[in-house]
Design a protein. Structure first.
Length: 142
């Protein structure tokens, strides 16, 4: 079962487009910059470091953060499914209002889908650094 999850989290070929990722093409850097909780602007103002690459264990830190991206992505996957399930659970007649068709999907996109994309984007960046420095990928053994 664990290998199924690992295979899911491993970056896929379709996520790469030429020298970029598909996440670059859908504007993930803009989303990352303005994210209200841990976006680039908020982290800079609050002087928050998500990853500490200054010490001697910088590659261990990269491996640790790569595992964190999996954890965060998993939380948002569950959140996306719960978001959809609760919508249909509380309305047995399945009446679709304007809010159901526009606002709720947009909210789910912002709260869960884009964060999933962000974690996948961060994971690709981490794996690229590990590859360039000739460190093994956590996915090499699978």
């Amino acid at each position: 079962m664990n290998s199924i999850f690992i295979k899911y989290f491993r970056p896929k070929k379709f996520e790469y487009y030429r020298d970029k990722t598909i996440y670059d093409l859908i504007g993930i850097k803009i989303y990352k910059k303005y994210l209200p909780t841990t976006g680039d602007i908020v982290r800079r103002k609050r002087k928050i470091k998500q990853i500490n690459l200054e010490d001697s264990n910088r590659y261990e830190e990269l491996y640790r953060y790569e595992r964190k991206t999996r954890n965060y992505e998993w939380r948002h996957i569950i959140g996306a499914f719960l978001f959809i399930a609760f919508r249909f659970l509380f309305d047995s007649n399945l009446r679709l209002t304007v809010m159901d068709v526009t606002f709720l999907p947009a909210m789910n996109l912002y709260i869960n889908i884009y964060p999933i994309f962000l974690q996948r984007y961060n994971r690709i960046r981490i794996l690229n650094i590990l590859k360039k420095s000739k460190h093994p990928s956590p996915y090499d053994s699978i």
